[in-house]
Write a protein that binds this ligand. Sequence first.
Ligand SMILES: [Mg+2]
Length: 165
Amino acid sequence: MKIYKPDFYLKNIFLVTPEFCQKNGIKALLLDADNTLCIYHTNYPVKGVKEWINQMQKKGIKLYILSNAKPERLKTFARNVNLPYFYLSLKPLPFKTIKAVKNLGYKRKEVALIGDQMFTDIIGGNLAGVRTVWVDYIEPEESKFFKFKRKIEKRIKKSLKRSDV
Ligand SMILES: [Mg+2]
């Protein structure tokens, strides 16, 4: 398997349903925050995320925020959605991902990391040995470095097929 390829490639998190998780043997989800659940620099999830969280939790899917964001904002965000979290996770380094899996009490293959970035979320998840779900970003970024990364991602995405849900 190629380190930059996700197990699943979906338009957004809302396609990850309890049925999807059950079908694929996924018991818990590690969630990237920025551009996956919320817009950069904000403390609140985008429309529909709170309802999605409730729906997943009702069916027994455990959720854990795994973000590279700085403590102050991420803590507020995590409190707003009422989920356990790690900030400054240093993805793609695998250590915090592995620790989150331990905290959840599942095997690595029973856990999937969902995120919008190939270089942090997908490569990080693959290095840690969890399943990976690549979702499209909510909003395009402004910085040159980000635009460069998104260009590479676009090329990779062309070689991927959307996963069945
Ligand atoms: Mg992100």
